[in-house]
Design a protein around this ligand. Structure first.
Ligand SMILES: Cc1ncc(C[n+]2csc(CCOP(=O)(O)OP(=O)(O)O)c2C)c(N)n1
Ligand SMILES: [Mg+2]
Length: 607
């Protein structure tokens, strides 16, 4: 826990401040290890001076806006910019080339966007991606939207044509500020070199403040090339965390203490602000058990006696985790974008205490008695001391028993093609508690969300807001850049894998050794699953695959196809020991239903 000594600005609820665990370590070690490179002033001439924007072209300015822009990025602690340069980002790329920041060329802007997204979600510091104007920016969109809905801090940079051609039809010009507005918390066109320090600081501040998300800066070519004066604005090493009033906390504690069968629903917010320790302590002190959403996985150790399992896949999950009988539900960092509350509060009769960093969303099934906004750790500390010994936890272990029992029973399952439980058992067995599993989007994601036991927060990366296919390969690269000492496995469907497999070249070049596992079923499995349930047939979902092993080898990676059940653990061990990225093709048999048991009811989510 960190208490800030110098608040940004004193307010009535500002007596208690904390540094975001993830933000406390700025600047990143990689930059700090290169003394003298930060705030370095470029002496190389820019092409045009600032007054060119008023129509007078003055060559040979001493420092151009792109240099100042990059100095501002350095001041923010930016380590990497993931992207593809364009003719309209020449100055920016030249300034980056002279800086301490590593520009990571990617093979599709979407891949760069996902890398920035996952860098942001794992560090708490905004990841930065770059696309040029028009097509480059459009290619960024899906990943920016993903970070937006998954609350990952990300700053998207896009090029733009000269200011003076933006009023008319012109080559590759699209109004990017308008197009990206609905998928960003804030965005702006940089219309003048003078505003560079402000816009950069604002882009990072807004992206990183709760709930984090995306911002976007559009960089007209002539502005970036113009002469610039000014300095980066100071970057505080901490962020504000307000706290609820004592009266609000007392009211909430009264609801919890009066409960006969309370349960906790933990979401993405717990991981995001590093509050897993506080949550576990609260659960221990009060005896109230914890269920997790897919993105909340690891908030509580799956082996903890208070863990109820991961909910959100099927209608009966909640009942079997004890929600049906719960009178009070305490939501912690729970985000409606993942799963609607109507699934766990269908009659609207739960008393709800909501704890989050921002005020909760309005939903007919989410009528709350307490809206505890601010520092999640602080709130849990206070409620824990007020409610310890006063409560009896509700919840049921039934869901956990079914799921964990099925996983354990799979360890010797000889089916081949392999069925998902054995595949997950093998991956769990091969990874340590802190190692990372990344999931792409498809039926495999539902299996992972449902069944893969997570022990620590941030160790199972699932994109469950936008839920776009193609996430896993670039996400694994970023995970490995942030945590080079951890093992990383990316599970992909054979559909989603081909959406961003070009980033394997980036992975090989960047020397990020992770293992891509492709669950091969020659189909968009989750759509097959849904169509079969709804229509008794499937259509538009089957395809052939390239030779994935040959494809991976052409990127310079070792790769294997499993031919028997025992091949998988053997190849996995080999791959995880490699010093290069590698790939395993695992033929998968989806004939057993992810629903596992009729007892769990019908599904309630889209993959
Ligand atoms: C970019 C994108 N396009 C389409 C979808 C809709 N969708 C969700 S899962 C899925 C099929 C995934 O197939 P595959 O990658 O083979 O995984 P599997 O379901 O077979 O495990 C589709 C088409 C999506 N989520 N994202
Ligand atoms: Mg598939």
């Amino acid at each position: 826990m960190h208490l800030s000594e110098r608040p940004l600005e004193p307010t009535c609820f500002d007596r208690h401040h904390r540094v975001d665990a993830s933000l406390a370590a700025s600047p990143p070690a990689r930059l700090a290890a290169r003394p003298g490179r930060r705030h370095r002033r470029s002496r190389r001439p820019g092409r045009v001076a600032a007054d060119a924007l008023e129509g007078r072209r003055t060559p040979l300015a001493t420092r151009k806006a792109s240099d100042l822009f990059v100095e501002c990025l350095e001041a923010e602690g930016v380590e990497y910019v993931f992207g593809i340069p364009g003719e309209e980002t020449l100055d920016l790329n030249e300034s980056l080339a002279k800086s301490a920041i590593e520009f990571v060329p990617v093979r599709h802007e979407q891949g760069g966007g996902y890398m920035a997204d996952v860098y942001g979600r794992l560090t708490g510091r905004a990841g930065v991606c770059l696309g040029t104007l028009g097509p480059g920016a459009m290619n960024l969109m899906t990943a920016v939207a993903d970070a937006f809905l998954d609350r990952a801090p990300l700053v998207a940079l896009t090029g733009q044509g000269d200011l003076e051609r933006m009023h008319k039809e012109s080559h590759q010009y699209i109004d990017l500020v308008s197009i990206l507005r609905p998928i960003t918390k804030w965005n702006a066109r940089v219309t003048n070199p003078r505003i560079v320090p402000e816009v950069v600081r604002k882009a990072f501040k807004v992206a990183q403040s709760q709930k984090p998300g995306t911002t976007h800066l559009e960089l007209p070519e002539d502005v970036m090339a113009a002469e610039a004066e000014g300095e980066p604005l100071p970057v505080p090493g901490w962020i504000r965390r307000p706290k609820p009033s004592d009266e609000e906390l007392e009211r909430a504690a009264a609801v919890i203490c009066a409960a006969s069968a309370p349960v906790i629903l933990a979401g993405n917010g717990v991981t995001r602000v590093g509050a897993a320790g506080a949550l576990r302590e609260f659960s221990n002190r009060t005896g109230i058990p914890v269920a997790e959403t897919f993105m909340g996985k690891g908030a509580i150790d799956a082996d903890d006696e208070h863990a109820l399992g991961t909910v959100g896949l099927q209608s009966r999950d909640y009942a079997l985790a004890g929600f049906e009988d719960a009178d009070v539900v305490i939501t912690v960092g729970y985000d409606l974008v993942e799963h609607s509350p109507e699934h766990w509060n269908p009659r609207g009769d739960k008393r709800i205490v909501a704890i989050d960093t921002t005020s909760v969303e309005v939903d007919a099934a989410f009528q709350i008695e307490a809206d505890l906004v601010g520092d999640i750790e602080y709130v849990l500390d206070v409620l824990g001391s007020q409610c310890a010994g006063e409560t009896s936890g509700g919840g049921s272990q039934r869901l956990n028993q079914i799921v964990a029992g099925r996983l354990e029973a799979a360890r010797d399952d000889e089916h081949f093609p392999m069925q998902p439980p054995r595949a997950l058992w093998e991956i769990r067995n091969a990874l340590g508690r802190e190692d990372i599993l990344v999931s792409d989007v498809g039926l495999h994601k539902l299996w992972i969300g449902r069944m893969f036991p997570a022990h620590e927060p941030g160790t199972v990366l699932i994109a469950n807001g936008l839920a776009g296919m193609g996430f896993a390969v670039p996400a694994a690269i970023a995970a490995k850049l942030v945590h080079p000492d951890r093992k990383v496995v990316a599970v992909n469907g054979d559909g989603g894998f081909l959406m961003n497999c070009q980033e394997l070249e980036t992975a090989v070049r960047m020397r990020t050794p992770f293992v891509s596992v492709i669950w091969e079923n020659h189909a968009f499995g989750s759509i097959v699953w849904k169509q079969e349930k709804q229509f008794g047939a499937h259509f538009g979902t089957d395809f052939r695959n390239p030779d994935f092993v040959g494809l991976a080898e052409s990127f310079g990676m070792p790769a294997w196809r499993c031919e028997s059940p025992d091949d998988f653990p053997a190849r996995l061990e080999q791959a995880l020991g490699a010093d290069r990225p590698s790939l395993i093709v695992l033929p998968i048999d989806y004939s057993i239903d992810v629903a596992i048991s009729e007892e769990l009811g019908t599904e309630t989510v889209a993959a």
